[in-house]
Design a binder for this molecule. Structure first.
Ligand SMILES: [Zn+2]
Ligand SMILES: [Zn+2]
Length: 334
């Protein structure tokens, strides 16, 4: 079975591996689409901490059951939840498998989906009837934003600002809008802000290089946003986001970076700010995204901007990872 794997930083290779045999409780899947994301680009460039090579990448997957198993029927479309959790620890038992301490993510800690067939535990599969392969492959990425929005507990009519409008930030903007919030996109890239304004229909945009706090005050009648969701991946931007939050508001850090980030205590304290992280997404976030895709409340036509076949990934990868090329979501077809 022809499998694409990242042999070492900067180098893909095609290898012929035996077809995987599903273990008890697993379902053999046929992969239809693989979405490519920042995690994959970082892994390819050797910037992903704790990453071991060789590794089969791919965690944003559209698949179908390759055989009847565990209640799934041959050909049935599924969304694989790529976070393999233990199911037994207090965190899992509390309904938070997305942050299980022994989590292993497909395509990161264990081999992922850049191959025609692979086996995944049935408990990590969600039936996905009524969705196209393209839609299914965007669910995981959009669920990250949906989860962060759920963490933010937005009320209808509140102002929610999303800093960083890559694929994760776009997902957060969609689900903040669906939660009834008024949305503000913050970025340093005028083209991305134009996309948010013209295609996504956000209520306002702010250029983070041009007095963003003053701009946010003006937009929100002086109060600043009730919730700020941070998805830039930049430590200075994460620190700046503390200044964007209104009194009594919430700051949700979706970005994860190496090292420390800091803030001024009076800034944080006087606002009685709630600061929280948001990691991965839980099954109910996946279901929420699937409902939004099925109903048409979220349209992925403008989201999937680039396509290739699996065997073309090595040629396009460098190009797609360069922000100058305007890739929102690149997707490989199998
Ligand atoms: Zn991803
Ligand atoms: Zn666990």
């Amino acid at each position: 079975m022809k499998t694409l794997r990242c042999a070492e930083p900067g180098r893909f290779e095609f290898v012929d591996l035996p077809e995987p045999q599903p273990a008890p409780g697993e379902v053999l899947l046929r992969v239809r689409r693989v979405g490519i994301c920042g995690t994959d680009y970082h892994a390819f460039r050797g910037r992903q901490p704790y990453f071991e090579y060789p590794r089969v990448l791919g965690h944003e997957l559209a698949a179908e059951a390759a055989a009847d198993a565990e209640g799934f029927k041959t050909g049935q479309p599924v969304v694989p939840i790529p976070y393999l959790h233990c199911g037994e620890c207090p965190t899992c038992r509390a309904g938070k498998p997305n942050c299980c301490p022994s989590i292993r993510t497909l395509g990161v800690h264990v081999d992922g989906g850049m191959r025609p067939l692979f086996a995944v535990p049935a408990r990590n599969l969600l039936p996905a009837e009524g969705l196209s392969a393209d839609q299914i492959a965007t669910v995981e990425c959009l669920a990250i934003g949906a989860h962060a929005v759920r963490r933010a507990t937005l009320l209808p009519g509140e102002w929610a600002a999303v800093a960083g409008t890559g694929p994760i930030g776009i997902g957060a903007l969609h689900f903040a809008r669906l939660a009834g919030a008024k949305t503000i996109a913050i970025d340093i890239d005028p083209a991305r802000l134009a996309h948010c304004r013209d295609v996504l229909g956000v209520d306002a945009t702010v250029d983070a290089r041009d007095e963003p706090v003053a701009a946010l005050r003006e937009i929100t009648g002086g109060h600043l946003p009730a919730a700020v969701l941070e998805a830039t991946g930049s430590p200075p931007a994460m620190e700046a986001a503390f200044e964007y939050v209104g009194h009594g508001g919430r700051l949700v850090l979706i970005s994860i970076v190496k090292g420390r980030i800091g803030f001024e205590d009076p800034l944080f304290h006087m606002r009685e700010m709630t600061v929280m992280s948001s990691r991965n997404a839980a099954p109910q976030d996946f279901e929420h995204v699937m409902d939004a895709l099925r109903s048409g409340a979220v349209d992925i036509a403008p989201f999937v901007t680039h396509r290739c076949r699996l065997d073309e990934i090595p040629q396009v990868f460098e190009h797609w990872s360069d922000p100058a090329h305007g890739v929102i979501k690149g997707m490989a077809e199998l």
